[in-house]
Design a protein around this ligand. Structure first.
Ligand code: AOF
Ligand code: ZN
Length: 358
């Protein structure tokens, strides 16, 4: 199963709106007979690739899959049926399929007399497919909020300078997160002051091997994105989200524009409406990159599913904080998190945490 989880990771960033899935087929003697990864939506499922490689050796063998095999005929045929037809005698999967349309594979397999077991290394497999699983369960994209800060939580110095707070290793890691995401989202302040490019680069990969995320600028008053901005360089698609009542004539023609309602009582856009709009565009995972105002609005909307903080061992004592007002006025209202990872990246610390659900 651990191998299947590693195979699933190959599809991260390229299978959306479908899940990243891995599969290993063992023959009757327990030797690996086939391996498969789901690589793109509409393409063969992981089980199909693995069965193809295993051929006759699948008969009497065991299939290990990171997600419950599907029972539906969608863009491809049902994998549960393919496993029955191949004659495997045992199927072990990690996570049950939350997609109502495809679920039911375990029951199909059991009805065919196959020995079925779910839940093996479920936690690890969940983590490897967290974006897709969360988006299906919530009916909106998974949101990962990433920030880089000094140890005292500042994202820039008092004079606005911010390059480079974290080390090259941390910055490379952010590019990996961008490549995994379907969309990278920033607010108008970041667009105005940093003129970010928001593309993914990877020293180990060719540009053509990276699926570039959709670049989204939340520019409610349609005033931050200017002609010549780096997000408009055409190297990846860009979407500008503006308020319904904004005068978008300045930016129409620069990039596709989506008009959204404002947050009730606020000046920014409605975060649920923004996420709905992105989900409708097949976005299943969002990397929220800043700045503090937009991050505050996401936290206020309880729309952050994971926090990834890159902490540089430096102190500033002044300058903007990574998170602005999130509508939290008292300690009892704090958004409590559970740390799921603490890793050193060169001189920096990368902390990963998820909200503790009430
Ligand atoms: C995948 N790859 O390896 C597995 C999936 O759009 P379809 O017809 O390809 O079906 C997608 C659904 O099938 C998906 O939402 C999930 O519930 C199930 N299993 N999907 O894309 C795979 N095993
Ligand atoms: Zn399938």
């Amino acid at each position: 199963m651990r191998r299947a989880i590693a195979l699933a990771a190959r599809g991260l960033g390229s299978t959306s709106p479908n899940p990243a899935v891995g599969c290993v087929i063992l023959d009757a003697s327990g030797a690996t007979a086939g391996e498969g990864s789901h690589l793109r939506a509409g393409g063969p499922h992981a089980e199909v690739h693995a069965l193809r490689e295993a051929g006759e050796r699948a008969r009497g063998g065991t299939a290990l899959v990171t997600l419950e095999p599907c029972a539906h005929t969608g863009r491809t045929g049902p994998c549960a049926r393919a496993l029955v037809d191949a004659g495997v005698s045992r199927v072990v999967y990690a996570v049950a399929d939350p997609n109502a349309e495809a679920a039911g594979g375990a029951a199909t397999l059991a009805a065919a007399g196959i020995d079925v077991e779910g839940g093996l290394l479920a936690e690890e497999a969940e983590e490897g497919n967290i974006a897709w699983l969360t988006s299906v369960r919530r009916g909106r994209p998974f949101v990962r909020w990433k920030y880089a800060a000094t140890l005292d939580g500042r994202s820039a110095a008092a004079d606005g300078t911010s390059r480079w707070i974290t080390s090259p290793g941390s910055r490379a890691d952010v590019h990996r997160l961008r490549a995994e995401a379907d969309a990278v989202v920033v607010g108008s302040g970041t667009a105005r002051t940093d003129d970010p490019h928001l593309g993914a680069r990877d020293a180990a990969l060719l540009d053509s091997e990276i699926t570039q995320p959709l670049r989204v600028v939340v520019d409610s008053s349609a005033s931050a994105v200017k002609p010549g901005a780096r997000v408009l360089d055409g190297s990846a698609p860009t979407l500008i989200a503006v308020a319904e009542d904004a005068d978008a004539s300045r930016i129409e023609g620069l990039a596709p524009v989506v008009r959204l309602p404002r947050a009730p009582g606020g000046t920014g856009l409605s975060i649920p409406a923004l996420l709905r709009g992105l989900y409708e565009r097949d976005v299943r995972s969002v990397l929220l990159e800043g700045g503090p105002t937009l991050a505050g609005a996401f936290v206020a909307a309880r729309a952050v599913d994971q926090v990834v903080g890159y902490l540089a061992p430096a102190l500033l004592g002044a300058g903007p904080h990574v998170l602005a007002d999130a509508g939290i006025g008292t300690i009892a209202e704090a958004l409590r998190l559970r740390v799921t990872g603490a890793d050193r990246i060169g001189p920096d610390l990368r902390l990963t945490a998820v909200p503790v659900l009430p």
